[in-house]
Design a protein around this ligand. Structure first.
Ligand code: HPA
Length: 252
């Protein structure tokens, strides 16, 4: 860490495999009241390899919230309220393109939103105000580059770009749905990347995603997708991602 330089506060939104974060030396756990209701869990602040970070498990404590019932607006609003300027959304994903095989790390540069029926904007007519935020590049490039550097430094270089397709879940996709996503240009598929990235942009947060591939998307591997396969890959990814986050948090 650079002494004397105040780094912008980093928040980590944990997904599958990161319902808790044992590497974090917890200093406080805070329930935050938001205009949008309750966050998935209290926001934890603590130190990761000595650097101050915030942590929020997207699916709640014990992984109880499915992707379509997560209060994305409350989560991001709370992180900003507690001073976060940079937010990394962790994402376990299925791999579509050949570069995105299980265990790969990836830092997507663009996305397509296939979700529906989620509260997807802070502009809901109740809080007042309206802005049509630019999403030409939906992820914060500075944070993307910092993530790419951290992955390289950790010894697990990331695929440095990719298009993330956000599906509704919680079921996995059909083969035809994945063929369609591939035709649309998607490289990765997950269930929580939107509306998270869009709301982060509305709130003026520097947001990027660190994706880790836990299965071949439907029809891209052998046979059906099993939870056993996903969990085996997930547990290998957790250690790698934890190291990347430590490097990111301490490098400013
Ligand atoms: N599809 C959608 N979300 C996912 C997948 C998938 O194959 N794997 C992990 N999250």
């Amino acid at each position: 860490m650079n002494s004397g330089t105040r780094m912008s506060l980093l928040a980590i939104i944990g997904g599958s495999g990161f319902s808790d974060f044992p590497a974090l030396a917890v200093e406080a756990s805070r329930r935050v009241e938001t205009p949008f209701g309750e966050t998935s869990a209290p926001v934890v602040s603590g130190r990761l390899d000595g650097a101050e970070v915030l942590f929020l498990p997207r699916h709640g404590i014990g992984h109880r919230l499915p992707p379509h019932l997560i209060n994305y607006r409350a989560n991001l609003w709370a992180l900003r309220h507690l001073g976060a300027e940079r937010v990394v959304g962790l994402a376990a994903v299925g791999g579509i393109g050949p570069r995105f095989s299980p265990l790969a790390l990836a830092v997507p540069h663009d996305l397509i939103d296939y979700t529906h029926g989620r509260a997807h904007s802070i502009y809901d007519g109740e809080q007042g105000g309206l802005d049509h935020v630019d999403m030409t590049s939906p992820y914060c490039e500075d944070l993307r580059l910092a993530l790419i550097r951290a992955c390289a430094e950790s010894g697990h270089p990331a695929v440095e770009e990719g298009v993330y397709g956000a599906t509704q879940g919680p079921r996995l996709e059909t083969t035809a749905e994945i063929v369609r996503l591939e035709r649309d240009g998607c490289d990765l598929v997950g269930m929580t990347g939107m509306p998270e990235a869009g709301i982060a942009r509305e709130l003026g947060l520097c947001y990027a995603s660190l994706a880790f591939v836990v299965n071949w998307a439907a029809g891209k591997g052998e046979g059906v997708i099993t939870m056993a396969e996903i969990e085996a890959h997930l547990s290998e990814c957790v250690g790698r991602v934890r190291r990347v986050l430590g490097i990111l948090a301490t490098s400013g």
